[in-house]
Unconditional design. Structure first.
Lengths: 363, 291
């Protein structure tokens, strides 16, 4: 284990596993799928060593439901997968959102639809930011663009999950997962022993002092049949999601005097940043806006840039998904162009130069 | 509540809440402490009430209730948490054994059980039940088999008997078209992690008493750390069978038990390192496969 401020050289997938471990994650439920296998492999050793549990589940369906069970007990737990597996996890994710169960879920996005490919993609943006499963809910979605951010965001995801009693999604892709670069770990922490003690399931006699009677039994559920009951629950969820707007995070690079702002997230955001840096050296007035939280989406910050008269180009590794959120955010003053990167291609900064110049030249 | 002066005190009344009795009267039968005092949503003649009571009695008798976390299921038993006073989390359809796995791995010090019907466990939840048993999860599964989907209105289940009419096999289940009824206890007994597996029935007082013994052993498989505990309960659904409760009981005796023989299918003893697999049919019930 790395000491204080020691830089270690790891893959993004390993950084995610380390972030979870250092945040006090003690249950991991996985299922093999490329390109995230380093995470369960790391956890199969790390969890028992830390006194926790690793289960290789029979399916992604089961893994997500094991996560539901552990989360209901107030234990810091995680599962990870990649796109086809994420489709299978949506059932339990919807139940967890509906019954206020904290959990961390990692999706290392690969190409789709269907079996797609095993390379990087951002094709799961809609699934991630619109809930993904059935029903009326959202997930907090964090999108790292480096191994260090993968570590930091996964670490932070546990605190957010327990603060808001909600599933939190870390959305990377095959580039983030397989790329190796230095990270610095923070000192490992343990979950507070009383975390979730107001609601977690642990038996009606838990923590009783001598002579005390067991408390009333607790029920964690998403079924609300009585008149107005589900409306009440969903309004609580709405209030929760409203509060999340305070958690918005983004990176703004060279936007101050920019005429054109490139909007991109995750690995594509990082590649686009290099293209922007390159064009700046040529005196082109371009900047980068990289959402770090995909839900809540940084719409206010984008609206402000639009009001200043800037134009926008969204670059995504899909057919155009986040562009809809960008257009909604800037709709009062501007629009956004779109440049799509297709699956099977590993884009370089050079690939973005021409589309950025094209968008910059358009009036 | 019965009031019999001469009857011996029922063992199960021991931990129940105090009830007022008049002078000269002795309380011999009452509600288990772990059972909520309220009317259920179950139909007349339904056996869920008996099965719920059996679970509650054992939680009380084995002093487990206040350290129990249950995983409920989808079906008529979805409201289990309204009737049994233990911490409970709702599971998606069929996933209770996976949810229970998560609970037990997170809190190995807790007693963890699921309560599932035949549609939930033997159809949509087949993967979860098989693998939880095979891993030898230290959980207990109560499996209520009434050969139909009850909550949704009596559709065909994986356990529906050949020839049995349901709303989705209105001409009767046909083996060539819909396959054979699945015998879960026989399957679960084959898996390495299973420590105890038995099938009981709720059609008669004698069988109910025997079923409770099985359920106790399925609980003990967990409390002794031996492995996975499984108890199947043949039960009636008069509403969806379109029968009177009395006729439904007779159907269990005459039609279900011959196809689903009662008895212990696997019982692991001692330290959990060795066990015996009991061949179906050599168990206490009749071994016939007339259906």
């Amino acid at each position: 284990m790395a000491g204080n401020n020691e830089r270690i050289f790891v893959k993004g997938n390993e950084a995610i596993a380390m972030g979870a471990l250092d945040a006090g994650c003690r249950c991991f439920f996985g299922y093999p799928i490329t390109p995230q296998n380093d995470i369960p492999e790391f956890m199969s050793k790390a969890m028992p060593e830390a006194g926790g549990e690793f289960v290789q589940a029979e399916s992604e369906v089961a893994a997500a439901n094991m996560l539901l069970g552990a989360g209901a007990c107030g234990v810091r737990a995680m599962t990870s997968s990649s796109s086809p597996g994420m489709s299978l996890k949506q059932e339990a994710i919807s139940y967890m959102a509906g019954s206020d169960i904290p959990a961390v879920i990692v999706n290392m996005n690969r190409g789709g639809p269907g079996l797609g490919d095993i390379g990087p993609s951002q094709g799961d943006y809609f699934q991630s930011t619109r809930g993904g499963g059935h029903g009326d809910y959202r997930l907090l979605v964090l999108a790292p663009s480096s191994a260090q951010e993968a570590y930091d965001m996964t670490h932070k995801a546990f605190d957010l999950a327990f603060t808001y009693r909600s599933p939190v999604l870390v959305l990377g892709d095959a580039i983030i997962g397989q790329m190796k670069e230095p990270i610095v770990r923070c000192a490992p922490t343990l979950a507070a022993p009383d975390e979730g003690k107001e609601w977690r399931l642990e038996g009606t006699g838990a923590g009783l002092k001598k002579g005390q009677k067991p408390r009333a039994h607790r029920i964690i559920k998403s079924l609300f049949l009585m008149d107005g009951e589900l409306a009440g629950q969903n309004m609580k969820l709405q209030a929760k999601y409203e509060h999340w707007k305070n958690l918005v995070e983004f990176e703004a690079f060279e936007v101050k005097d920019a005429e054109l702002v490139v909007v991109a997230y995750g690995s594509i955001g990082r590649i686009a940043k290099n293209a922007v840096r390159h064009l700046r050296k040529q005196g082109k007035k371009v900047g980068l806006f990289r959402p770090k939280t995909l839900y809540p989406f940084p719409e206010k910050a984008l609206d402000k840039l639009a009001r200043e008269g800037k134009r926008f180009l969204t670059i995504e590794h899909n057919l155009g998904q986040m562009v809809e959120d960008v257009r909604l955010a800037v709709r009062k003053h501007a629009d956004s162009d779109l440049f799509c990167v297709y699956p099977g291609n590993m884009p370089s900064p050079d690939d973005f130069v021409a589309p950025i110049l094209r968008a910059l030249g358009r009036k | 509540m019965s009031k019999a002066k001469t009857a011996p005190k029922a063992a199960t009344a021991g931990k129940s809440a105090a009830h007022n009795t008049n002078a000269g009267e002795e309380l011999v039968f009452t509600r288990p402490a772990s059972l909520v005092d309220r009317a259920t949503h179950y139909c007349p003649g339904c056996h869920h009430g008996i099965a719920h009571r059996m679970v509650a009695e054992l939680l009380d008798e084995m002093d487990l209730a206040d350290r129990t976390v249950a995983a409920s299921s989808i079906g008529c038993s979805v409201f289990l948490y309204n009737y049994i006073k233990v911490d409970t989390v709702e599971s998606p359809h069929g996933r209770a054994p996976a949810v229970a796995t998560g609970i037990k791995r997170a809190r190995p010090d807790k007693f963890v059980f699921t309560y599932q019907g035949d549609g939930d466990l033997a159809s949509i939840g087949m993967a979860e039940i098989m693998h939880a048993a095979n891993r030898g999860e230290r959980i207990t599964v109560v499996f209520v088999n009434n050969t139909v989907y009850g909550m949704t209105g009596g559709q065909m289940a994986p356990t529906t008997l050949i020839g049995q009419k349901t709303t989705t096999c209105p001409g009767g289940r046909c083996q060539d078209r819909e396959g054979s009824p699945i015998r879960m206890s026989e399957i679960i007994a084959q898996l390495g992690g299973t420590a105890f597996c038995a099938r009981g029935s709720l059609d008669s007082v004698k069988n109910i008493k025997q079923a409770k013994k099985y359920m106790r052993q399925a609980f003990e498989a967990q409390t002794k750390g031996l492995g996975f505990g499984f108890v199947e309960l043949l039960s009636g659904c008069p509403t969806n069978w379109r029968m009177s409760p009395v006729a439904a009981n007779k159907r269990i005796t005459d039609e279900m038990i011959p196809y689903f023989p009662l008895g212990v299918y696997k019982e692991l003893e001692g330290d959990g390192t060795c066990g015996s697999l009991i061949a179906p049919g050599t168990a206490s019930g009749s071994a016939g496969e007339s259906k």
